[in-house]
Design a protein around this ligand. Structure first.
Ligand code: 13P
Ligand code: SF4
Length: 308
């Protein structure tokens, strides 16, 4: 069976779209309507008039799509594809964190559960975190769950104190100072690009920090010849593909071979096909949680658009 052809047929029959994160297995792009970072995909989820959204990403991404498109069927091909960082803070953990630091607004990274979003003031993604915190206008904030994105935001803003929760991304923390130092030595004229989930000491040594899509856009537009990619392998795979397809004549080097998010790789053409065919693995969210969580995402769109 030609899975790509079958999935594309099913999409037409069922008025479905497939939203795909840049860390997914690259062959999924062949059946995708939109491929990008968390912010781009949540915008696409809020705008679509499809009846079904298949989310090729991790659980919190599909949950965010459901919050933004409550009347659509949102399907996640493998329900076990969670985000280890988002699972580091529960609703009760957040309540305890807020009690420890009372009366401060909570900014939550989109890599969090709907329950955590429901108790937060505003949400952000890696591509808009600085603008969201700036436009929130508070002198002191709580930032959950990613301590490194929180510290990065603080380093970019004057006069905002960011108290961070101690969550982190195990995949991005595999990138070590050593890796960057070696890359500099071996490729002295290369640009080094990192995701803000990397350790603060790693980020300080890089030339560009941005979301997955921002890293890809930078590589496409820049005139440099060599790029070291310090984020998940899916970004590197797509850049290598685009380099060949578009004859860029650039060279891409992955910072270290084991920068792979295992949960992101749980979606495959096979489980996308069966999920769409049988309309299984539907995301549902309790009404009360959804009502509050969506406010937090709507605020993100408001504060992020103030920046444009
Ligand atoms: P982006 O918003 O940059 O796509 O990042 C999501 C993510 O999970 C990175 O680990
Ligand atoms: Fe979560 Fe890290 Fe995987 Fe992104 S790379 S989905 S933050 S575990």
């Amino acid at each position: 069976m030609n899975l790509i052809k079958e999935i594309n047929e099913l999409k037409k029959q069922k008025n479905a779209i497939i939203l795909t994160h840049c860390y997914q297995n690259i062959e999924i792009d062949e059946v995708s309507d939109f491929v990008g970072d968390s912010f781009y995909l949540s915008k696409m989820a809020s705008k679509t008039d499809a009846d079904i959204i298949v989310f090729a990403g991790v659980y919190f991404m599909a949950q965010s799509a459901k919050l933004l498109s409550p009347n659509k069927k949102v399907l996640l091909p493998n329900l076990d594809s969670g985000c280890l960082m988002s699972d580091m803070i529960t609703r009760d953990d957040l309540i305890a964190f807020k009690n420890k630091h009372p009366n401060l607004p909570v900014v939550c990274y989109i890599n969090s559960t709907a329950e955590v979003k429901a108790l937060s003031d505003v949400c952000c993604t890696s591509s808009n975190a600085i603008d969201v915190v700036k436009n929130l206008g508070a002198k002191e904030i709580l930032f959950v769950p990613d301590t490194y994105l929180g510290k990065y935001v603080e380093s970019k803003l004057d006069d905002v104190k960011v108290i961070t929760y101690n969550g982190f991304c195990p995949t991005h923390l595999r990138i070590r100072i050593n890796d960057i130092e070696n890359a500099r030595k071996n490729y002295p004229s290369a640009k080094i690009l990192a995701h803000p989930e990397c350790h603060s000491e790693v980020i300080k040594l890089c030339d560009f920090v941005g979301s997955t899509k921002e890293i890809m856009d930078f590589c496409q537009k820049s005139n440099h010849k060599q790029y070291i990619i310090a984020t998940e392998k899916g970004v590197y795979d797509r850049l290598c593909r685009d380099n060949i397809q578009n004859s860029w004549n650039k060279e891409f080097i992955l910072i270290n071979d084991n920068i792979v998010c295992p949960n992101m790789k749980k979606n495959t053409l096979e489980n996308i096909y069966s999920t769409l065919l049988n309309e299984t693995n539907e995301i549902t969210i309790e009404d009360e949680v959804a009502k509050n969580a969506v406010k937090c995402i709507d605020k993100m769109f408001e504060y992020a658009s103030l920046a444009v």
